[in-house]
Design a protein around this ligand. Structure first.
Ligand SMILES: Cc1ncc(C[n+]2csc(CCOP(=O)(O)OP(=O)(O)O)c2C)c(N)n1
Length: 675
């Protein structure tokens, strides 16, 4: 349906379609409610009753399949209005095996539809705002005039991501329409306890670049007008809009909730009076757009349709247990061949290797964009890794973001899901990833899995890590174990310039999310890390460790800065007649178990070295794996030299006492060798 229908008959038909769709959503909710109560095929439901007119009318103002929609769990009416078949919505409710809506991986009401441009939604309230902004940013990059709809409840506007999303969308005048379903409640919390002044309207209007519409979400003309203006504003690249629509929540928060614990009967009765379906029927009758008989007829048919679609969905196949861990990573994405190394004569350090890798990849692939704090213009990042890229590729391809890590990660998610951009983003220090960790762990890492392989997020997140530079507790962290614990993330960490270039290029070409850790103390290190520069096409596959030096007495496994220390130690011990094999993992995930076990078969002794604190460090995982899979080859206990279980302090004296030192490694290897 287009924005203006001049033909009266066409207009009437449009209104009837809206009526049919809101009935579809309401009857679907009622049917699901009954099925849950009867324990027939599903245990959980989130009803959208009261929100129907808002979602359906908003969807009808978009061009389905062209524009984008990120509806929250209570916005089933939007999904229905945009064209999600009811049978699929029911199949998702029954957690059936189906291509769209997760195939049984997500609870009901988490929409995801590739053809309809509905990216995979999560349960985290408010995290979708930044994805919507990322989608809109990618559309702008591709010079498209498509608009992006994103919805959430009033409670979700308390999340920082809402404010970050408005800020970024306003700075870049992006075509995002934020639709806030203000039903007055976030589970049991009334909006006056949620938001200063009881409404998000004046707060959103505080962003100069944002247009705000406060509407009655049960009033057709008000929703239509606001949405038409917001869509036009988006198409003309004038900036984001926020529509705050008051709606009643006519059902419980979910099938697990009892509103009698927090709503009085007066409140519930008042909410019932605002039922948008009754209001819409009355409006259509008053305006003479429909007759009472037609209403009865449409309602009857809609009820019948819902019953039939629910029945059909029950016969969809169930998911198979053998597929439960499928699509954590993209299938076949690690079957890469090792390149033959060809180099020029000149040696480069790691920081140049990284800069050249990004530069060459940006020349190869115009969809690559680089962003983060301070990365653009003359500065090129606090460590200069992205220096020169804005000048060479323009500010559309290398730009600064606000100082907000959640924005950086959330933006990259939205951009990558469109397939129009390949984000290579920088987090200024690994220590500050934590303010963006929800977007990384709860969103980016699992979108491919949660969408049953339908959506992919090929994002590279680069970040400097590690200590030994007197960075104190907030510029010294080694976070690889946290990252490795989260399924769905590739974790890479190079220890020399050739690996840095080859691994970063592989990361950029890989379709999975990759966290690329760069040790600050190695950026300019010459002795071990500077290497002859590999040619343009040098790629290092993930999950292939490097045997830095061969040995027969003891194996040391290390990554990042510890590879350098292990190599120095091995050189010194050679003079004592000890032969030490040093293995650089290069990627923590995927892990090259084969190379580790082969080495232990040879030496029988294993020392794992890492900078991160010992407790639950990645060394513990390797030790457990080795004790299970290679116990029979061991001649001594597996030993770890790690950082102390302490934050990394600033003073050089204190820092040295916390981080692993050469003498500890020497002692540990000698001790192991004597077994
Ligand atoms: C970040 C986060 N915190 C808590 C929850 C648990 N939770 C789910 S829905 C909800 C209330 C959301 O209220 P609102 O945003 O107003 O939307 P409504 O449910 O009223 O439509 C809460 C607290 C969650 N899903 N995500």
């Amino acid at each position: 349906m287009t924005a203006s229908i001049d033909n009266l008959e066409g207009q009437k038909n449009g209104y009837k379609t809206v009526l049919e769709l809101i009935y579809h959503s309401r009857f679907t909710d009622e049917k699901m409610g009954k099925l849950v109560k009867q324990n027939k095929g599903a245990t959980f439901q989130l009803s959208a009753a009261g929100h129907e007119l808002l979602g359906v009318v908003c969807a009808q103002k978009l061009v389905s399949g062209k524009d984008w929609g990120l509806p929250y769990y209570r916005d089933q009416p939007f999904a229905v209005g945009l064209g999600c078949p009811l049978v699929e919505i029911f199949a998702a409710f029954f957690a059936k095996e189906l291509k769209e809506h997760s195939g049984g991986r997500m609870m009901p009401g988490h929409f995801s539809h590739k053809k309809l441009n509905i990216p995979c939604q999560s349960s985290v309230v408010g995290s979708q705002f930044l994805h919507a902004v990322g989608v809109a940013h990618a559309l702008r990059y591709a010079k498209k005039d498509d608009v992006v709809y994103v919805s959430a409840g009033d409670g979700a506007t308390s999340q920082g991501d809402f404010h970050e999303a408005l800020n970024f969308a306003a700075i870049h005048k992006l075509a995002v329409i934020f639709v806030i379903h203000d039903n007055g409640w976030a589970i049991s919390v009334p909006v006056k306890e949620q938001t200063d002044g009881g409404s998000i309207v004046p707060i959103a209007a505080g962003f100069p670049g944002v247009e705000v519409f406060a509407v009655d979400g049960c009033d057709y003309p008000q929703i239509e007008q606001a949405m038409e203006k917001a869509v036009a504003r988006g198409r003309q690249a004038l900036g984001p809009s926020v529509i705050v629509a008051k709606v009643p929540r006519l059902a419980a928060h979910s099938s697990s909730d009892d509103p009698n614990k927090y709503k009085t009967s007066d409140i519930s009765a008042e909410e019932k009076l605002r039922d948008p379906i009754v209001r819409y029927e009355q409006w259509l009758l008053n305006e003479g757009f429909i007759s009472q008989e037609e209403i009865i007829d449409i309602r009857k048919k809609a009820f019948q349709t819902v019953e039939e679609e629910a029945l059909k969905a029950e016969s969809y196949p169930d998911p198979k247990p053998e597929n439960a861990t499928k699509n954590v990573f993209i299938e076949g994405s690690f079957n890469q061949e090792m390149s033959v190394l060809q180099t020029g004569d000149e040696k480069i350090v790691i920081m140049d290797a990284l800069n050249h890798a990004i530069d060459e990849e940006m020349q190869r692939d115009p969809s690559i964009i680089v962003f983060g704090q301070d990365v653009a213009h003359g500065k090129g990042g606090v460590f200069g890794i992205t220096r020169g890229l804005t000048a060479k590729f323009g500010k559309e391809r290398c730009f600064n973001t606000p100082l907000a890590e959640s924005t950086i990660v959330g933006l990259a998610i939205g951009q990558s899901m469109t397939g129009l951009c390949k984000p290579v983003a920088e987090v200024q220090f690994a220590d500050y990833l934590w303010t963006g960790i929800n977007q990384l762990f709860n969103e980016l890492a699992s979108i491919h899995y949660r969408s049953n392989g339908l959506w992919t997020c090929p994002v590279v997140l680069r970040m400097p890590c590690g200590g030994y530079i007197q960075g104190g507790p907030y510029h010294s962290q080694s976070i690889e174990a946290y990252l490795a614990h989260c399924p769905g993330l590739v974790v890479a960490i190079p220890s020399n310039a050739q690996d840095a270039k080859g691994l970063l290029k592989s990361a950029i070409r890989n379709p999975n999310p990759v966290v690329f850790l760069e040790h600050k103390a190695l950026y300019r290190q010459q002795k071990f890390c500077a290497r002859a520069e590999p040619t343009n096409d040098y790629l290092i596959p993930f999950g292939q460790a490097n045997i830095v030096r061969e040995g027969t007495d003891v194996t040391i496994i290390a990554w990042g800065m510890m590879v350098v220390m292990a190599n120095d130690v091995a050189e010194k011990l050679l003079q004592e007649g000890l032969s030490v094999e040093v293995i650089d993992l290069r990627t923590i995930v995927p892990l090259d178990k084969e190379t580790i076990i082969k080495s232990i078969q040879k030496t029988g002794k294993l020392l794992i070295v890492h900078e991160a604190a010992r407790n639950c460090g990645f060394g513990a995982e390797i030790a457990a794996m080795v004790s299970q899979d290679a116990f029979r080859y061991l001649d001594a206990p597996v030993v770890r030299v790690c950082g102390k279980d302490s934050p990394v302090p600033y003073s050089k004296i204190l820092e040295e006492a916390v981080l692993p030192q050469e003498k500890e490694l020497l002692h540990a290897v000698r001790d192991l060798a004597s077994f």
